[in-house]
Design a protein. Structure first.
Length: 866
RNA sequence: GGGCACGUAGAUCAGCGGAAGAUCGCUGCUUUCGCAAAGCAGAGGCCGGGGGUUCAAAUCCCCCCGUGUCCA
């Protein structure tokens, strides 16, 4: 980046000079005489025990001071955004304050909530999870203090010069830091296709802020200026607080009393993990993450389990919930929402603690068995096993070592080995997702005016054709609802042609006709929407909002919509919840929804600016996920549920009609699905159930009330019949065996070995059963043959040590070109079709006798005795 | 979204190419005034589902379904 980017007037006004760090070689600006930039690792922490601040501050004091400082200098204070970035779908968590304004504000699509603004944004970063407690300065959740300015060509707020000026004033005037201790290191910055200069602010070895200037956009190899430039600053609240204390580590300074309390029981590193994770979890759970085994839920589980592992080390330890509450109480002083739904948070945590105990119990059992097995086989448990156990059972190596009698060393590179097991994951996934095959609409075409938002009842309208391509027609205005937001397409007619699908593409609505359209641009055409279908979709869509509202009301605010589908026959919603729903819960949801239907509440759908809607209703609006646009369409079921939604909705809840639940299932860890039908379809379902019941009862010849009883009887009958059939079959086999045993001509006895040979008409399992009975007791050999599906089957069973079944079989196998094998106690062979089974049987019998009398088995090549 | 592990009797699990097992629980008998306990006997299995390989599959391979776990 060009050095001129950093040659700011403010540096000259205030007597800065540009220097080069003797350690890292980077250029930096300072009023002091340091020969290195004041950041790790170039400069050591020089503030420990010697804070450069005029006095120590608590986090609350420092945050307030910061926000007030910028407020007094023309900035407007903005409330924090959720730590879970629901308004965007490219990341799970808010990792910096600028995330709040990406992509809609930074791209210029919508105005910022204020300009310039200042904010303290809790951010989550899991990249340094392992460093928490070790380094003394890492946090999974930290607050990014920031001031942002968004400059448009027609409205310049301020840029680099003023930003540096403000930073230096804050540090020196407000915090009382000697300006000569501060360095501004030049750094290039690039991300998300944007780039620009940035300054990293260091004080006595600690980086306390980064001043980023979004100025250019990368287009291939070219770097072009952005139409909208952004001041993106980030000051570490925790680091500034730490600096103001000059304490041994950041955690003491940030958490104060709560840290000291936990230190009574835990080592410094453990305390840091507990307190950091507890704060992060308070935000995560309050912002609606349900712990699970994938996606954002996994990170909540990870933090939770890491805390549980630490807590388990001390018998006197407080419970997880107690630690969460203690830390949450402090954080709630500035973020009162953290205390708002303690009960719900406790329920989520309790379920998770239970799961953890189960998982560890299971894993311990696995370890016990693995050790038994290895003792039996004579192998040793290795470090590799520890890695595998953690990966497969979630058993941390220290716990595994605890429960082993002869534990191996935990490999030094445990996490590297773990990572190696996951290397294959990087395999390319095929993203050639089915292109929708919609035609390109000329950019010059004016946007389709969508009328269904304002009026979901109009089913006939006139419009002009703007564009035609094959079966696709674009109109200047339309009442047809295109597939979207989980609601499927409207159908109907356009002129004489059937509309089979409607899709939204950019600013246009495309109507797909059954056949290539005969319409021409400029034609006036009459649209006709299938009203029955539309009504049903509206009922299902509004019902979905009612169900979501009822679930949040009954289960708690951790419930978030995770997907939905509204069809003509039924609809379903997926929501986050920590366990499957009970029958009682389902009943309660159904009752509540139908109650709201009967209350006939107004359902208002209207557009509102994004900022205003977020301010009035919070981020719970984004139940359906991130939605684009400057304005949000708000669908508000009065006093019950508010969501940003583009669907067609009833205007009063009574229009939804009956809502009946069809079922619920747990589709993933942390996600349950409810299926239901509303309106006419709900009646269809009820009717269907009734006739099913009646038909079932009639087919059993009983009254519907008697159905269960009749089925029970039927089941018993079937079981009995099956049992008798089975015992009959066994009895038949027993009879066969007995007859053979009694038949003197079937058996020969030699040297205490009785050989019984016979040809039977049984399948393989029949032969096996007869053999089993003939060879009860020692010194018995059974040689049985049968024809099964045209192929000869030879079975040898033996309890005579001198007559191994396999040896007998080997002797006879070649006789009927059979394939087979076995062991000393049993052997089977199957012959080619048409092979001489009797010859094989005789040969096997002879072989058995010879073995019994001490002779070697005749080889298959010798002739069978007559 | 991906990797790994696991689905066998009512429960917990063993077996991991050659005739489906153990422990607990259950039923009956013996013993006891009765209970507990013990002994003996017995019932209970589409070895998660579907394909494939093999003379032979609970066992090996592939695809589903379910559970758990780790990672992004």
């Amino acid at each position: 980046m060009d050095a001129r980017e950093y040659d700011l007037p403010v540096f000259h006004r205030q007597g800065f000079s540009r220097r080069t760090c003797v350690r890292c070689g980077a250029a930096f600006w300072t009023t002091g005489d340091s020969d290195r930039c004041q950041e790790a690792p170039c400069a050591p922490y020089a503030f420990l025990g010697h804070s450069p601040f005029n006095r120590p501050r608590s986090v609350d004091e420092l945050r307030e001071e910061y926000l007030a400082f910028f407020e007094q200098r023309g900035h407007q204070r903005v409330r924090r955004y959720p730590t879970v970035a629901r308004w965007r779908n490219d990341v799970f968590f808010t990792q910096a304050s600028i995330y709040d304004f990406q992509p809609w504000v930074t791209s210029g699509a919508i105005p910022p909530p204020a300009n310039p603004l200042t904010i303290s944004q809790p951010c989550l970063r899991f990249i340094d999870l392992e460093e928490v407690g070790r380094s003394g300065r890492h946090f999974t959740l930290f607050e990014m203090l920031a001031h942002h300015a968004f400059n448009r060509p027609d409205h310049e707020v301020y840029f680099k010069d003023r930003t540096v000026e403000l930073c230096h004033e804050l540090l020196t005037q407000t915090f009382g830091v000697d300006g000569r201790l501060v360095t501004y290191k030049e750094e290039e910055w690039e991300g998300g296709g944007n780039l620009g200069p940035s300054l990293s602010v260091g004080v006595l070895g600690l980086e306390v802020a980064t001043l980023v200037f979004m100025e250019y956009v990368r287009a291939g190899d070219l770097v072009e200026p952005m139409p909208l430039t952004v001041v993106d600053t980030g000051y570490g609240l925790e680091r500034l607080t730490w600096l103001s204390h000059g304490s041994h580590n950041a955690y003491e300074a940030v958490f104060g009393r709560a840290y000291e309390e936990l230190r009574q029981t835990f080592a410094p590193t453990e305390t840091a993990v507990l307190i950091d994770h507890a704060r992060a979890l308070n935000f995560l759970l309050t912002d609606g993450v349900v712990p699970s085994n994938s996606k954002d839920g996994y990170f909540a589980r990870l933090l939770l389990r890491r805390m549980l592992r630490v807590l388990a080390k001390a018998p006197e330890a407080p419970t997880l919930a107690e630690v969460l509450d203690r830390v949450g109480r402090d954080a709630a002083r500035h973020f009162p929402e953290l205390g708002a739904h303690r009960d719900d948070l406790h329920r989520v945590v309790a379920a998770e603690v239970e799961r953890y105990d189960e998982a560890i119990g299971r894993a311990r059992e696995q370890v016990r068995r693995a050790e038994e097995r290895s003792e039996r086989v004579g192998t040793r448990i290795t470090g590799e096993d520890l890695v595998a156990w953690y990966d497969s059972w979630g058993l941390p190596p220290d716990l595994a070592v605890q429960s082993l009698k002869n534990p191996p060393e935990v490999p030094k590179d445990f996490y590297a080995l773990l990572a190696a097991r996951h290397e294959k994951e990087a395999r390319e996934t095929d993203y050639t997702e089915g292109t929708r095959g919609l035609p390109k609409v000329p950019e010059s075409l004016p946007a389709t005016e969508v009328l269904y938002y304002g009026d979901p009842y109009t089913l006939q309208f006139e419009a002009h054709v703007l564009h035609v391509e094959g079966p696709y027609v674009v109109l200047d205005r339309t009442f047809f609802y295109p597939t979207g937001g989980g609601q499927i397409t409207d159908t109907g007619r356009l002129g004489d042609a059937n509309v089979v699908e409607v899709a939204k593409s950019g600013r246009w609505v495309l109507h797909r006709l059954e056949a290539p359209s005969t319409l021409h641009v400029g034609d006036r055409v009459r649209g006709h929407i299938d009203g029955g279908r539309r009504t049903q979709l509206m009922q299902h869509h509004t019902a979905t909002h009612l169900i979501n509202g009822a679930l949040r009301e009954l289960l708690g605010p951790h419930v978030w919509q995770a997907g939905a589908y509204k069809g003509t026959e039924s609809a379903r919603i997926d929501v986050t919840h920590f366990r499957a729903l009970s029958t009682a819960e389902l009943k309660a949801v159904e009752r509540r929804v139908n109650q709201v239907v009967r209350e006939d509440r107004p359902v208002k759908s209207y557009f509102e600016s994004r900022g205003e809607a977020e301010r009035r209703f919070g981020f719970g609006l984004y139940q359906g996920g991130a939605v684009p646009g400057r304005e949000l369409r708000v669908v508000e079921v009065e006093g019950f549920d508010v969501e940003a939604c583009g669907g067609t909705h009833c205007t009063h809840t009574s229009e939804v009609g009956l809502v009946t639940l069809l079922g619920s299932e747990r589709i993933q860890d942390g996600i349950v699905r409810l299926s239901y039908a509303a309106g006419e379809r709900a009646l269809d379902v009820v009717e269907g159930h009734r006739s099913l019941l009646n038909d079932a009862a009639r087919s059993l010849g009983v009254a519907p009330e008697q159905l269960l009883h009749a089925i029970g009887r039927l089941q018993r009958d079937v079981e009995e019949a099956r049992a008798t059939a089975k015992s009959q079959a066994l009895e038949d086999l027993a009879t066969t065996a007995d007859r053979l045993a009694a038949d003197a001509s079937a058996s020969i006895e030699a040297h205490g070995v009785r050989v019984t040979a016979a040809r039977l008409a049984l399948d393989k399992s029949g032969l096996m059963e007869v053999s089993r009975r003939l060879t009860r007791g020692q010194g018995r050999v059974a040689v049985l043959a049968s024809e099964s599906e045209g192929r000869g089957l030879l079975f040898v069973g033996s309890t005579a040590p001198s007559v191994p079944a396999l040896a007998v079989l080997e002797a006879a196998r070649a006789r009927f070109s059979g394939k087979g094998g076995g062991n000393p106690s049993s052997a089977t062979a199957v012959g080619e079709p048409g092979s001489p089974l009797d010859v094989a049987l005789a040969a096997a019998r002879e072989a058995a006798l010879q073995l019994a009398t001490g002779g070697a088995a005749p080889s298959g090549a010798t002739k069978a005795l007559p």
